[in-house]
Ligand binder design. Structure first.
Ligand code: ADP
Length: 230
């Protein structure tokens, strides 16, 4: 099986609510997969199951054919399954560069201060953040904040990056530029991405395949070019 990531027959229930019901999904190397569906359809729970924040009741998650269902979120990050950090998790009063240094030091918690500068420089370069490296997060445009968010994930050299609405709250002018850069870096680095995205224009323009969810189930999977929303 050539999939980098596989979800097989996952079920998850919260009390009486069935959040995921027999969800399966395979992501090929280099592929950008959109997960779409109305609120409450299970998209976030699926990302949480993949990243290890939620344990499925049944089913499994595989990375390059290895069963990682019982691995902690941290172990998955080290193995290359990385979720983009959400803005509230950034340190708002630190600069772009400092936030990246904190993320990079997370790779080696006992060598704080001895961060590999190349990792930070590469992330700044990949995401075109060099010009704003000394700006605090509070001084950034929403677009730059989103790029930093994803850049933090790339510090961990992901095989699969999980993006939860990377363009939400970004202005419509900035939206395409932000997504274009993210997809460019994903493709260039040979990673794959699973993107929860509401904006169908962004889905159509930047993703390879669409997984459509409804009430905890996958109701349609199609190549983006052949996909129509119904
Ligand atoms: P989406 O991301 O598509 O909006 P979610 O995965 O957030 O959907 O939610 C799917 C269903 O599971 C919803 O009915 C939601 O209320 C429920 N749910 C999600 N997380 C929890 C939780 N931690 N506790 C209880 N119910 C939850």
């Amino acid at each position: 099986m050539s999939a980098v990531l596989e979800v097989r027959g996952v079920y998850k229930r919260f009390g009486g609510v069935v959040a995921l019901e027999d969800v399966s999904l395979a992501v090929a190397p280099g592929e950008v997969v959109a997960v779409v569906g109305p609120n409450g359809s299970g998209k976030t729970t699926l990302v949480n199951v993949i990243s290890g924040y939620v344990a499925p009741d049944r089913g499994s998650v595989l990375l390059e054919g290895r069963d990682i269902t019982r691995w902690s979120a941290e172990r998955r990050v080290r193995a290359g399954v990385v979720r983009s950090f959400q803005f509230p998790l950034l340190f708002p009063n630190l600069t772009v560069e400092e936030n990246l240094r904190v993320a990079a030091s997370g790779l080696k918690p006992y060598t704080l201060g001895e961060v590999d500068r190349r990792v930070v420089e590469e992330a700044l370069h990949l995401f075109d953040l060099e010009a704003v490296r000394r700006r605090r997060v509070t001084e950034l445009s929403e677009g730059h904040r989103k790029l930093l968010d994803v850049a933090l994930a790339f510090v961990f050299k992901p095989k699969v990056v999980l993006l939860d609405e990377p363009t939400s709250s970004v202005s419509s002018q900035e939206k395409f530029a932000v997504m274009e850069k993210i997809v460019e870096v994903v493709k260039k680095s040979g990673a794959s991405a699973v993107v929860v995205e509401h904006d169908l224009e962004v889905v159509k323009k930047f993703t390879d395949r669409v997984v459509q969810m409804m009430a905890g189930r996958v109701v349609k999977v199609a190549k983006t070019a052949e996909w129509s929303h119904d």
